[in-house]
Structures are given as structure tokens and as C-alpha cells.
Design a binder for this molecule. Structure first.
Ligand code: GLN
Length: 310
């Protein structure tokens, strides 16, 4: 398909939704905290926001869900936007090949997480953002999503955040281990509180697709001002492709062919640079913690349309 050919996004969304529905019955809703376990496993929504300013949706595309690790993309974006690229001395840029909450590489790699999109890496990025914002990491992320989506009602779900903290032994272990290597500036308690708070933002496919447009626009915000340099936007997209879906990033690149970030709330935000941002949501997860329905929908979208980065 030539790049500037007319694309019928609504038709593609309907086909992607049908592909997602065919995955019904596969996967499991995240149940490590009760607030996430309650979600209907069969819910599904998908939204596409284009750089021209059009928004298309299907299914429950305006239903808020817990963004969870999709926030890792937002924290990294804000850190780089605020000149925090010294964060690269404290976190790597290689795929981990391990689960998102793994501790195993931290010991051999001296408290330097493999990449910003696994929990360990996001803890370090949150720490950097907290310092850069004068102590308001989660608030900065929330403000950013509110502004880019044009939805001032977005909020952090306090029940999800509290529940994460209560069941957070593994994240606390990661954070303490990182701190033991001198790789946290703020206290473990502070950084985890901020991390759980930005993970607990509730937003819809529509909100996230509109926010993701910053990366589709090569770094421009909704008001046309520049947030990231073009090269920073390219780099974030590259890390999304190689690390955004954890130890399934290879399979995601193979099936979908777009940079994307998943979260255990079942959302995946994918970027079609220069064209659009696409968010799909379905709560049932595969063993790597990626939404079965969202991966199927994005696979169908790129396969049917030829719209991928390859
Ligand atoms: N808040 C979740 C956690 O820390 C985020 C993980 C995820 O979405 N993959 O475990």
C-alpha cells in the first residue's frame, strides 16, 4: 500500500476487533491484586488517533482501565524531555529476555537494570523523574496524559495504588537491591509510592492513543510545541520495539511490527511513526503479561493494512 493511500481506519478497527474476539477464553486476567482481578476478561476496546487529528474507536474504547506498565513509556518520555538523559548511566537499553518483574540480572549487572521498560528499569526512571520534577513524578505523568488526551478528568485509582503497595514485595525487593548499589537518589518508599501511583492511572484506549501521538509526531505535543527532539522520539520508539513487551518483544515485533508498550491492565499502546498511535485493550494476558486480545488485534491491524514500520 502506498503510504499516502486512503486508509479506512474504521474498517480496519472492525476487522481487528473481530480478531480480538476470536481469542476469547485464552489468557488470564492479572490477579496479583484484587482491584485488577475484578475486570471482565472479555472486555475489549481499540482506538486509533492520527497525526491529522482524527480519532477512531471500536468496542469499549472509551472505558478507562489501569494503564500499569504503559506508564513506563510516559516516565521515560518525560525524563528525556526534561534533559534527564544522564539516566542512561543508570539503566541499560538491551532487551532482558526475562519476565518484567525479574530480579535475576540485577545481581550480575550491579544494580543497573537492563532497560527502562521492565519494573527494575522503571523504578530508576521514576526516581530520576521524581528529582527532575521537584518531587512530583506521578503528578507529572498524570498531567501529561491529561493534557495530551484533552481529558482533564483522568485520575489515579487510589485503590489500585494502595493494593499494589500492599502486595509489592517483589518491587520492593527490586528497589532495595538497586538502592544497595547506590542507584536510587530518593528513598525506596518514595520511589515505590510514585511508581505505584503512575501505574494506577486509569485511562481509556482513546486517552492513551491521543497521548501516544507525541511519539507518532516525532516528538511534537498536541499544541504543536516540541517535547522531544526527533532523535529522542526515534530512540524511544526503538526501545519500545526491542523492550516494550518484555521477553515477548521478539514475538510482538514479528507479529505486529510496531513499537509498543504493554501493561498488566491489558492495554498496549503502539506507535506508527509519522501516522498514528493505536491503543488496544483486553484484560486477559498471555504468560509474558501481554494482552492476548490486544496483540491479536494489532497483529490483524498491521497484517491487513500493511501499516507497520517494516
Ligand atoms: N504495577 C505493575 C507491577 O509493578 C506493573 C507491571 C506491568 O504492567 N507489567 O508489577
Amino acid at each position: 500500500r502506498p503510504e499516502n493511500d486512503h486508509v479506512d481506519y474504521q474498517e480496519l478497527l472492525d476487522a481487528a476487533t473481530a480478531a480480538a474476539r476470536r481469542t476469547r477464553g485464552t489468557g488470564h486476567v492479572a490477579d496479583y491484586i484484587p482491584a485488577l482481578a475484578r475486570v471482565d476478561p472479555d472486555a475489549f476496546g481499540m482506538a486509533i488517533a492520527t497525526v491529522e487529528g482524527d480519532v477512531y474507536g471500536a468496542g469499549e474504547w472509551e472505558q478507562p482501565f489501569s494503564i500499569q506498565s504503559v506508564s513506563k513509556l510516559l516516565t521515560l518520555t518525560l525524563v528525556l524531555a526534561q534533559g534527564g538523559d544522564d539516566v542512561w548511566q543508570r539503566v541499560g537499553r538491551e532487551p532482558s529476555g526475562n519476565p518484567f518483574n525479574s530480579l535475576v540480572q540485577l545481581e550480575t549487572e550491579h544494580g543497573i537494570p537492563r532497560n527502562p521498560f521492565i519494573n527494575a528499569g522503571a523504578v530508576v526512571v521514576t526516581d530520576r523523574l521524581h528529582s527532575l520534577t521537584g518531587g512530583h513524578a506521578a503528578e507529572a505523568v498524570l498531567d501529561f496524559v491529561r493534557t495530551e488526551s484533552g481529558n482533564p478528568d483522568l485520575a489515579i485509582d487510589p485503590e489500585v495504588a494502595a493494593s499494589e503497595a500492599e502486595h509489592g514485595h517483589r518491587n520492593a525487593a527490586l528497589a532495595h537491591f538497586i538502592a544497595s548499589h547506590g542507584n536510587l537518589v530518593n528513598s525506596v518508599e518514595t520511589v515505590l509510592t510514585e511508581y505505584y501511583a503512575h501505574c494506577a492511572i486509569a485511562a481509556s484506549c482513546r486517552d492513551l492513543a491521543q497521548t501516544g501521538l507525541v511519539l507518532a509526531r516525532h516528538g511534537l505535543r498536541v499544541d504543536g510545541s516540541r517535547l522531544l527532539s526527533r532523535s529522542e522520539a526515534k530512540r524511544i520508539n526503538a526501545i519500545l520495539l526491542t523492550c516494550g513487551t518484555y521477553d515477548a518483544a521478539g514475538e510482538f515485533a514479528y507479529r505486529v511490527g510496531l513499537p509498543g508498550k504493554s501493561g498488566v491492565g491489558g492495554g498496549i499502546l503502539a506507535i506508527l511513526p509519522g501516522q498514528a498511535a493505536i491503543c488496544a485493550w483486553g484484560p486477559a494476558l498471555d504468560p509474558a503479561g501481554n494482552s492476548v486480545a490486544a496483540v491479536a488485534a494489532l497483529d490483524a491491524f498491521t497484517t491487513l493494512s500493511g501499516l507497520s514500520i517494516f
